[in-house]
Write a protein that binds this ligand. Structure first.
Ligand code: 3MF
Ligand code: MG
Ligand code: MG
Length: 389
């Protein structure tokens, strides 16, 4: 039984369209997605402002609030909460050069209008968090914008949001690049620095996305740990990513199961969720996925998370203490801890070893299509690893 509550955004189920080709699956109706999310066991929904209120530019502030109230009634019908609202600034022509740090004052004002509307929608939906994924905030051409000025503009914009509503929390989702070349807020470290420079740092934190950390060449579990140590992890976007390539949003744990395990472990060990935080997914079906499997990547992500949660429950801390703290390598038969292959290490770190691990992998495999286990993490050079398998 999981101790966590999960959230997901409607964009996690999509038609497969990408920059290089058209849709490969049918679009699914918005309410049908919401109904299905509840059925899959999600507790909350993440929204872009225009997921919540489509064609948001066409409405007045009052009309936007009324539409948000309608959505709230739909969420209530399915027993779902809203987790956050994120202004989708990257889609509008007026934000081609960024929103909060556009070089055009008029466009910056438009970006603020969208941020204020996101706050209004969040309040109507009964949540107090706005996520800023700063998609186009930065520059495609290094000389075209001062990074000093741009950083100050971001802080200025966040301050205005904090002033607009005394309860709203601003959660920055860092990403080093894509679609921008040089982003202004690439990692959790950047988020924390920006937070500290605002008028109310307590209300400014971060959303760590596994794939974004990997794109920055960092370890997602360590980014999570760093933010948690500072009391700044407001939510997470768990997913997976095959190295420093284009943004992939793969199902959680399908590329690197060991990294996924460490993300679950750090969240669990440090009381994530105890203040109402959700385990958020930001995963997309691969383009090759068929209509009938439109939700499989979500089911797989949940199954993998829960299997790893069980695994984390059985982590043998006493053993770890023994061999790491006292550097008692005798306990692991003379070999250095870091020389062990993944299965061997895992086997030795738990009671009731090989059996459990094999059962977990079987469950994940049975969980659905398109699961590729992390073969790289299974050290084939290790004799003991071969024994295990
Ligand atoms: C892009 C992302 C985004 C954000 C979302 C919420 C589409 O890499 O991760 O997903 O998470 O816009 O702000
Ligand atoms: Mg992403
Ligand atoms: Mg994300």
């Amino acid at each position: 039984m999981t101790k966590f509550k999960f959230s997901v955004g409607p964009w996690n189920v999509h038609s497969g369209v990408d920059s290089y080709g058209p849709a490969t699956r049918n679009e699914i109706d918005f309410e049908e997605k919401i109904r299905k999310f509840a059925e899959l066991g999600f507790s909350a929904i993440q929204f872009h402002d225009d997921d919540a209120v489509p064609n948001i530019n066409d409405y007045t502030e009052e009309e936007i609030k009324e539409k948000a109230r309608e959505l709230k009634r739909m969420l209530d019908k399915y027993g779902l909460a809203a987790e956050f609202v994120a202004p989708r600034l990257w889609m509008d022509g007026r934000t081609a050069d960024g929103g909060f740090m556009s070089t055009s004052q008029e466009d910056r004002e438009y970006a603020m209008w969208r941020a204020y509307r996101s706050i209004d929608i969040a309040k109507e939906l009964g949540c107090n968090m706005v996520v800023l994924w700063l998609a186009r905030e930065g520059t495609l051409c290094a000389e075209s914008k001062s990074p000093v000025w741009a950083t100050k503009m971001l802080i200025h914009a966040i301050n205005k949001m904090l002033e607009y509503d005394s309860d709203i929390r601003i959660c920055i989702e860092p990403k080093p690049n894509e679609p921008i070349d040089r982003s202004i807020c690439g990692t959790m470290g950047h988020v924390l620095a920006v937070s500290a420079a605002t008028i109310d740092p307590k209300r400014v934190g971060g959303n760590l996305e596994s794939a974004h950390a990997i794109l920055a060449g960092l370890d997602p579990a360590h980014e999570i740990g760093f933010a948690m140590a500072m009391g700044k992890l407001m939510t997470v976007h768990l997913n997976d990513q095959n190295g420093i390539k284009y943004d992939q949003d793969k199902a959680f744990g399908v590329e690197n199961l060991r990294s996924a395990f460490n993300q679950v472990k750090v969240l669990k060990e440090n009381g994530y969720g105890e203040n109402g935080e959700y385990v958020g997914l930001d995963v997309k079906a691969m383009r090759t996925t068929r209509d009938e499997d439109s939700y499989k990547h979500l089911e797989n992500s949940l199954n993998i998370f829960k299997a790893l949660e069980e695994k984390a429950d059985r982590f043998d801390y006493e053993f770890q203490k023994k061999c790491v703290k006292n550097r008692d390598f005798e306990a692991i038969k003379g070999a250095h801890l870091f020389h062990f292959g993944y299965p061997t290490l895992m086997r030795r770190m738990y009671q009731n070893q090989g059996e459990e691990l094999a059962r977990m992998f079987r469950r994940i495999k049975e969980g659905g299509t398109a699961i590729s286990l992390d073969m790289a993490a299974i050290d084939p050079s290790s004799e003991a690893a071969r024994e295990d398998w």
